[in-house]
Design a protein around this ligand. Structure first.
Ligand code: FES
Length: 106
């Protein structure tokens, strides 16, 4: 088990997360106000842009393969290095989902 530092850009919040736990799990335990909903990698509510570092998130099904390089779903992502994350930053595909929902309402 290896511990990494996860810093949240703009807030000054920094937590230590092991490579065996998700970033969201540690945020909840540390009282960090990370949004989430489904906790299974589908809704994108817990998204954060990766400004520095790497994560592993094989079950982040809500992201495209390209988005997995730039965004972390914190409910699924485990650090593989020290990280700097921009919490509440969402991938472009979330806009597609919103448009699909609007079209379905018509
Ligand atoms: S809480 Fe839904 S994708 Fe993470």
């Amino acid at each position: 088990m290896t511990d990494y530092t996860v810093e949240f850009a703009g807030t000054g919040e920094t937590i230590t997360v092991s490579d065996t736990e998700t970033i969201l799990r540690r945020c909840i335990d540390e009282g960090i106000a990370q949004e989430y909903s489904c906790r299974v990698g589908m809704c994108l509510a817990c998204s954060a842009e990766i400004l520095e570092g790497d994560v592993v998130q094989p079950a982040a099904h809500g992201l495209t393969d390209a988005e997995k390089e730039q965004y972390a779903l914190t409910c699924m992502a485990r650090p593989q290095s020290d990280l700097v994350l921009d919490r509440g930053s969402y991938p472009p595909s979330i806009e597609d989902d919103a448009r699909d929902a609007t079209a379905a309402d018509d």
